[in-house]
Design a protein around this ligand. Sequence first.
Ligand SMILES: [Zn+2]
Ligand SMILES: [Zn+2]
Length: 270
Amino acid sequence: MKTDSKSSSEKKYCSYCDHTGIVHNVHFEKLGENALSPCPKCVAAKCRCSGEEPYYYVKDEKIEICFCRDTRMKIVKILQIYNRSGINRKYLWKRLNDFKSVNKQAEDAKNAAYDIVKEFPNVRKGLFFWGNPGTGKTMLASIILTELIIRHAVEGRFISISRNFFKSLQETFFEGSSTYGESGKIEKELADVDMLVVDDFGIQKDTEWKQETLYDLVDARYEAEKFSIFTSNNNPHKAFKDLSQGRILSRIKEMCSIMEIGGTDYRDKL
Ligand SMILES: [Zn+2]
Ligand SMILES: [Zn+2]
C-alpha cells in the first residue's frame, strides 16, 4: 500500500487552505457538520474512499491507502485537542482573519500573531498582551491557540487566572473533591503542555500562596521552553514589579515579547 507521492508534494502548495490541507467550515454548527474538513482543492479532490473509515480503497484488486487518510486522521486529533483546550465558548473557532485591528497597537499585535503562527515552533517562547479590558487581548490569544492547534495539532490549554486557575487548585485540597490531592498533577500538566494561554494574569500582592503558585507556573513554562501567552489588564512593568520579589516579572521579560493593546473597548466594534 502506498500513497501518491506526487500528490502529497502538491498538497504543500495549495493557497486555498494555506498549505494545511484542512479548511474551516464557517457555518458548521448550523449545517450539522464538523468544524473542519479536508481541503476540497488539494485533498478531497483526490479522495477515493468517500471519506469512509478506515480510508482505504480498492484498485486492481489491491487495497490502497487513500490520499485523504493523513488529513482526516489529523482532523480527528485536532478536534480532540480542541475540545479539551478550555477555550472560551465565545472565541471558539475564531481565526486570524476575524481579528479586526482597531489601532496601530492592535495591528502590531496581530502581526506578531501571524509570525508566531507561521514560524511555530521556532519562535520566542512567549507573548504578553496588556491593556484596558475589552481591547481584544483574550480574543487574539484564543485565535493564536486555535491557529496553532489547527496547523500543528499541538496540545494547547486556555486557563483564566481570575475564573478557574486558583479555584481548580484549591479544590484539590479538599477531601471529597473529585480532584483531591491532584494539585501536582494539574500543575505538571500546565507546565508541560505545548502551548498555554494564561488569561487575566495578575493577583493581589497580599496572597503569598498565589504569588508562589503563579511564579511556579511561569518558571515551569520558562524552564520547559514551552510557548505561552499571557493577557493582563495591568502594565506588567508596574503591576508585577514587587510580586514574588520581582521574580515573576523577571521571568516574563526573559520569555515574552511584551505588547500593549490599548484603545477603546474592542467588543463594541465586533
Ligand atoms: Zn488545499
Ligand atoms: Zn479518501
